[in-house]
Every structure is written in structure tokens, then in C-alpha cells.
Design a protein around this ligand. Structure first.
Ligand code: SF4
Length: 285
């Protein structure tokens, strides 16, 4: 069995920045520091922060005066930000600058009078944050089906933007569908650079593998996209949360096994999984 590590794994810059800022706050003020929702979508990272004294909350209200509240890399809506800032809290905004760019682009297009079409996953924190910064008419389109079924209002102008971690192939499809029916569509939908590089790298990896293991959590959007891309490339893909999930049964029949990770999976998790695969490969007759 050949084992191949993807050319890009581990944290993206947005996740690393959010983690560093949280660790800085823990060092500076001591525990607890409060995080609004999961800082990143990875259980091992979140559990490590909890063990260091971070606490996850769902609302800014109800915290002790002077407490530190951290906004996650996914960003928050204008309304949530205003509520938090009205309280006597030390706010640390760890919104990824690339998510911030999409929030600003959505708001700007809306101010110019465009109906904003956001491509993304319903209920995702990043999507809620982006939608919550667009004051005018906006619609969430989750897939090609939604794009096909979208009904135009004559006389309105339209622009599309997207969640940063969508499948870039799906964005291209959705944009093409809308372009056909919306004259003058402003096309601003794209994934962030980190997501694009990871998707390109997994595409290349999957072309050499019959099985791709993607380290990460099931609720991480960018991680699930990597699995989809590997499958579209013709490989089997399995999302693995840790080395204990790597068993001889999981690897059975695979001759070329690729290992990659979502943007919120730490390096030690990736290497733990890689070592588990290598051990099983070495024990093969
Ligand atoms: S995936 Fe992209 S947008 Fe999201 S946190 Fe990472 S760098 Fe930022």
C-alpha cells in the first residue's frame, strides 16, 4: 500500500489567527474567556481550548462585566455585533479577514441597489453573518437546483457572492446557470484562496489514489467539500476525526491511500492519522 500526504494540510490563516488571538487572551487575562459559538469547526481544537479555560456561549448577554468575548473566524451579523458592543465586555473580533471581505462586498452591492444572491449552506455561522450585514433584498441559494428555480423580478439588478468554503466547481455551475437567465449579473462569487488551494490539492491527490482520508469534523463545511471533490475525482473518500478511526477495515482493498485535512484540523491530528495508516500498511503481508 502506498501512502501519500496531500501537499496542503493543517490550519488556514483564518483559523490560526483565531486560535492565536484566543490563546493570547487566555495568557493576558487568564481563564475564563468566552467564545461566541465554536471558534472553529473541529472537536479536538475546541476541546483543547475548553481544557485551557475557554467557555463557549450562544449569546453575548449574561456574561460577567469586563469579561472577554471572542467572535469566531466565521464572523457575526451586524445585529449580534451591536448587541455585544452595547455590553460592558472586552470584545475580540477574530473574524477572518477573508470572511470580512465577503461581508463588506455583500453590503456594498446591496447599498448599490443590487439584489444579493448568496451561495452557501443554510444555517452556517458564516452565512448568517454575511446575510446579517446585507440590508436590502437578499436570497440564499444552496445549490444548482436553487439557482435553476430562482425567480427573477423584472427591473431589478442582481449580484452573486458566496460563502468562502463552498465547492468552487459548484460555484462555477451556479454562476453559469444564473448568467443564462440574469442579464448583467454581477459575478462576485468565489471561495477564499486557502479553500481554493486545498480543493486543487485534493483534486490532484485523489487522481493518484483509490482512497482519500480527510482529517476533520463532520460539521466542518470545507472538510466535507474536500470529501466531495475526492469522490468526484473517482476515489473513495472517508472523513476521519482521529487516528482511532483508521482501521484495517477502513483501508481494505486500497492500494494508494491519500491523507489530507480540512482547514480547521491541526497538524498533529493529520500526522496521527498518517502514522496510523502507515502502521497498518507496514503490517500488511
Ligand atoms: S477557510 Fe478561508 S475564509 Fe475561512 S477562515 Fe480559513 S482563510 Fe478564512
Amino acid at each position: 500500500m502506498e501512502v501519500i500526504l496531500c501537499s496542503i494540510t493543517g490550519f488556514c490563516s483564518g483559523v490560526r489567527n483565531a486560535l492565536n488571538r484566543t490563546m493570547d487572551e487566555l495568557k493576558r487575562h487568564g481563564a475564563p474567556v468566552f467564545i461566541l459559538h465554536d471558534l472553529v469547526h473541529n472537536e479536538s481544537v475546541v476541546n483543547d481550548l475548553l481544557s485551557r479555560g475557554a467557555k463557549i456561549v450562544d449569546e453575548p448577554e449574561g456574561l460577567p462585566p469586563g469579561a472577554t468575548l471572542i467572535f469566531s473566524a466565521h464572523g457575526v451579523s451586524e445585529e449580534v455585533e451591536a448587541r455585544a458592543k452595547a455590553l460592558p465586555l472586552n470584545i475580540v473580533d477574530a473574524t477572518c479577514p477573508l470572511v470580512r471581505k465577503v461581508q463588506e462586498r455583500g453590503a456594498e452591492l446591496s447599498e448599490k441597489g443590487y439584489v444579493v444572491l448568496l451561495f452557501g449552506k443554510a444555517g452556517h455561522r458564516e452565512v448568517e453573518g454575511i446575510l446579517g450585514r446585507i440590508h436590502g433584498e437578499k436570497h440564499l441559494l444552496t445549490n444548482e437546483e436553487d439557482a435553476r428555480g430562482f425567480k427573477l423580478v423584472p427591473g431589478r439588478t442582481y449580484a452573486c457572492i458566496s460563502q468562502t468554503t463552498m465547492n468552487s466547481g459548484v460555484i462555477a455551475e451556479m454562476t453559469a446557470i444564473l448568467r443564462e437567465k440574469i442579464p448583467g449579473l454581477v459575478e462576485s462569487a468565489s471561495v477564499c484562496r486557502a479553500t481554493q488551494k486545498r480543493q486543487d490539492a485534493v483534486r490532484e491527490l485523489a487522481s493518484k489514489c483509490d482512497l482519500v482520508l480527510v482529517a476533520g469534523s463532520a460539521h466542518s463545511s470545507n472538510t466535507r467539500r474536500l470529501c466531495e471533490i475526492a469522490v468526484a475525482q473517482g476515489a473513495r473518500a472517508e472523513l476521519v476525526s482521529g487516528p482511532e478511526a483508521v482501521t484495517p477495515e477502513l483501508l481494505r482493498g486500497a492500494k494508494h491511500v491519500g491523507v489530507t485535512s480540512g482547514a480547521s484540523a491541526p497538524d498533529d491530528l493529520v500526522h496521527g492519522i498518517l502514522n496510523a495508516v502507515t502502521r497498518i500498511a507496514a503490517s500488511e503481508p
